[in-house]
Design a protein around this ligand. Structure first.
Ligand SMILES: [Zn+2]
Length: 162
């Protein structure tokens, strides 16, 4: 399930304070659909009652924002702990973080990517002598008409070719 659009909730909560009863009614009905709650707000309530329940809505938004930051940090840590880095997931995870925290996490992610890249470019071992690093890929036509591909070191590639 996707998260509730908090910007939309904020906008509707502002409308709860409207002097226009129709605007208030429309706003609370849309909030009820969006969030599955009314927090005791009544569009026909007295101004004092409405002010009190609008505050309740604002507290709910603040709590929801804190909870989301917590979830995003958790997601980011999972991404950092996992094998691959999904750029989209990372952007979403870091989106609402305070700048200092975001900077620190980005540094960690970059360090991880750098480490992965270094691992990927280290050479495999030669498939023939199984000692030297394989620097050449050798494709050979076999007697049965099939091709084989082997990763070989400089020395073995030369021997196989000659
Ligand atoms: Zn070799």
């Amino acid at each position: 399930m996707s998260e509730i659009d908090l910007q939309q909730v904020k906008w509707l909560v502002r409308e709860l304070a409207s002097d226009d009863a129709f605007v208030r009614r429309d706003a609370i009905e849309r909030l009820a659909i969006l969030t599955q709650q009314r927090l005791d707000y009544r569009w026909s309530g007295s101004p004092a009652e409405r002010r009190r329940t609008v505050k309740r809505w604002k507290r709910w938004i603040a709590r929801e924002e804190r909870a989301r930051r917590g979830r995003h940090v958790k997601t980011t840590i999972q991404i950092l702990a996992g094998g691959t880095i999904d750029k989209e997931a990372l952007d979403a995870a870091l989106e609402s973080l305070p700048p200092a925290q975001k900077k620190a996490l980005m540094a960690k992610v970059l360090a991880k990517v750098t480490a992965q890249h270094a691992g990927a470019t280290s050479l495999p071992t030669c498939e023939h002598c199984e000692r030297r690093p394989a620097t050449a890929g050798v494709t050979q036509l076999q007697d049965d008409g099939t091709y084989t591909y082997r990763q070989l070191c400089e020395v073995c590639a030369h021997r196989e070719g000659g």
